[in-house]
Structures are given as structure tokens and as C-alpha cells.
Design a protein around this ligand. Sequence first.
Ligand SMILES: [Mn+2]
Length: 464
Amino acid sequence: MAFTDDLLEASEIIRSAESVTIISHIDADGIASEAILKEAIEREKTPCESVFLRQLEPLMMKWVPKDDSLKLFVDLGAGQQNLIEEHGLSYDEVLILDHHIGQPAKIEYRQVNCLPYGITKLSAAGIAYLVAREMNDANRDLAKLAVVGNVGDMMAREGCGLIGPAREIALDGVEAGNVMAISHDLNCYGLSTRPVHICLSYSDDPVLPGISNNPNGAQIFLERLGIRLRDPEGQWRVWEDLSPEERRTIASALVEQLVAHGESVDRLFGESYIFPDEARKSPLRNASEYATLLNACGRWTRPAIGSAVCRGDRGLVYQQAEEMLRHHRSVIRELFQYIIRTGVTRTENFQWIHTQDQFPDTIVGIGAGMALSKLDRRLPIMVFCTLPDDPDVVKVSMRTVDRVVRSGIDLQAALCEASALVGGAGGGHAIAAGAYIPAGTEETFVRRIDEILACQSAQGTKNS
Ligand SMILES: [Mn+2]
């Protein structure tokens, strides 16, 4: 069977269902996936309910209803088919759309998964969209949400843009008229909402000499190039406000700056995805900022608000979403300041801090990444924190930068190996990974990670 056959089969299963329950994940990809499917299913006039879960684990299964509806698992399920089976769901009432590694159970549930076809840069929202498009060609307007899910799940990170089927989906959006794919744009977060000098000063991949972490330096850099920082009304201008000439001037000056410091310019540019149907300077204006808004809703346990925004609410619900985004950012800022103020413990090969129960576990990874920009970037950072609902488990988040990954460091491999040794489990990517470990094993864990990173770095030196 080909991937397209799986998509077609899934679309037929959904179309023939009397009613559907979508079970999805609370992150940007999960919320975008749910919104795409809910919209497509309601367009078919089929009743549809949604359940959002932080994770598909035994304690959460009680939220999965036992009724006659088709249980449509999305962005989760592939690795938890045994739980679905233990919950008593039969073959006929389950469909899984996922992009995580599968774990077979006795019942082989019907599933669309891109991984067996060698497609690794496609998120669940991408799969959900491809299924929705099979259901009805008129669902092509939903490609925009799939772009948000793909970007939110870091599918554009490695290649500085979406590739393969995820990029084809973006082009569907371009054709539908609600996506613009801007190639060779600045590879920076906040192109639609942050004042240009702030936007540049936040760049950490690549690090811009004299500009990253230095808003004043960024301001002087732009003024020297003759770029007006404010518009005639006195408002800060964002990257999207600049003319093509101004953008080119800045881009070539940045290239010069990097080359002068012997740095690579590879990651300076990337393809960005702008949504022309959203208000300028709104956080919904481009894919990465849209994804942050959805993550904020999910991490503060209001994924349904994110879903309503995806499905078009720009009124009261949208205001709540914006409020959550503000809150999200201010707590992350607090965490960031806490890490800098408290200081990290350095080992030979990385640096770490335990934030205990001071901050929600759902944001420590983001805070860790931000703190790294103020710390010694050559060493990966690890943050431990406790979980509000489980005293026996400690969450671990680790972050590093591209240059360290290129030297041979793989945080996903390190966390998987070390957490298995202490009876936990880990996952993620080379540049950003996480794990859950038994409380009390932190000290051993730190030692193990230090050894593994030492090995990786020795291996990397040998290979280069
Ligand atoms: Mn996902």
C-alpha cells in the first residue's frame, strides 16, 4: 500500500462514520490537527466532539468515551495502541493519524502514519490535512492550519523551511490564497510582531556577532544602514513592514558581519510562511508565531480556545487566546530570569539547574532554550522540574545550539540512553530533547549524561 492509499482509506472511514470523537494532543500540532479534522467533519454534517490530552497514558484514558462514535486519535495513539486496546476499543471504532513511532498491540488498529513511508518531516496536522483533502477538495483552505502544525512541530527547523509533502501542503495554501511562502526570508522568530532590532537581537541560530542578545547593538547596526526603526506614526516597525530594498540591505550587512567573524551564513535565511488573511502585526500573521499562540493555549490547559481561533474566532475567544499568550510569555521571562539569577551548575560537558515546582513543567524547555542564549552556549543546558500531579516523576528538558549538534552532540540519544539507565524514558531531537525519570535519580542521571556527552564529543572530534 502507498501512503496515498492510506489517506484515501482514512477519509472513507471518517466519511462513513455516524459520529466522531477526536482525541488529540495539547500542543500546537495537536490543536491544529484537531481543528482541521473538526472543520472537515462538520462540513460533512457529521456530529463531532473533541477531547484534548496532555499525553495518552493510563490515567488519561478515562477521558476517551466508550460510545458508538468513531474514535479518531491524532498526533498520539501510534505508540499507545496497547492502552487503546486495554480501554476496550474494538478494531472498527478506532482510527489513528500519527507521526510518532508505532508500538504494535494485539489489535492492529487502522492507522495513517508517515514514518513507515520514510516521511520524517511531516506533522500530524499535515496528515490530518491530507486526509481532509481526500474527504473533500474544498478543504484546501485548511492547508494553512497544517502549515502552523508543521512549523509548530519544528518540521521547518533543520532545513530552514518545510520540505517534501509538508512543503507541498504549504503550496496548497498558497493556491488557496491564505498562505504566502517567502523564500530566502530572514530565519528569525517574530518577523510579524517584534520591532526589527528586538527581532534580530533574539536570533540565536545563527548567533549574530554584536547583535544577538544585544538590542542596543542591533539598533546601532540598523541605524548605520540608514533603516528607520519607527514608522511616521512613531510605532516600531517590524520586519514585515520593511521594503524589499531595506530587507536586502540588512541581509547583505548580516552576511558581511558573519563572514567577517568566520561564521557560516547557512542558517541566516529560510522560507517563512505568512498568512495574508490575518491582520498585520497580529500573532496569527505567520506560522511560527501562530504556533506559539496555540502552544500558549495548550500549555495553560485551554486547547479548545486555540482550536476555536484556528476555526476562525477573532472575537472574545481570540482575546482570551491573546491574554494566554501574554501570560505564557511573562512566565517564560520569569523562568528565564530565575535561571540566570540562580545560576547553573557546570559539569565537564553541560550545565544544569533544578527548578523544583517553581514553574509549570510545560514551559521549562522553552525557558531553558532562552537561558542558554545568556549562558555558555558551548555547553548544553538541562533543566529538571517536578510534575504538579506526580511526585514520583521528574521532568528533564535539554537544549543546545546548532553548532554543538554539528560537533557530534545528540541530546535525544543522550537522554534516551541515560533515562533508560535510571528507569525513565526520553525522546526528542538532537538539538532539543526531554525525558521523564524517577524522582531521586537526578544525581546519577547528571553523571550519566556527562559521560555520554563526553563520548559523543570525542566521537565527533574523531569524525571531523
Ligand atoms: Mn505532532
